[in-house]
Unconditional design. Sequence first.
Length: 183
Amino acid sequence: MSQAGMAAFWRAAGALDRRLSQRARIPERQRLLRLAALFIAHLGDSPLWAAASAIAYWRGDARLRVTVILMAAAVLTTMATAQAVKVLARRPRPGGYSPGLYSRRMDKYSFPSGHAARVGAIAVAISAAYPHLTPAAWVYAFAVASARVALGAHYLGDVAFGLLLGSAVGALYLIGGGLFSPL
């Protein structure tokens, strides 16, 4: 494909992403629904997961401790990678960004979604260690990612790539590190 053809493809893909994301956004007038989405979106916050992981590590058995270590390594790698991609891509956040989430000064770029990447890595780690929790782990991951779009913090493409990035990093830790071999 020519350079002009690639440019046209990415323009069309970006326009489609913006249209679909706008349709998925919860209108400001639906305050209760937006409040619920805000709560769900915050379930992917780093401080919450750091605290939950610390408690799980200290109170859990050997299997849970290994899971927490894997998850922490995958999340930290995912966060660093997502931030590097954000700086390179420099995609601005959608208009109407919800101030109840984060300040634009703190994280002004949209692609990829760090929250989606983080919850993708978490879902992979939980699914590997506790297969019976796989459906719940992925419902959680998709709910957090969807809430980010519904509140106008991200485009659908941002969260889709974020989920893929986090899942891939989590899978690489599983395959490469062999941390679950003794379990």
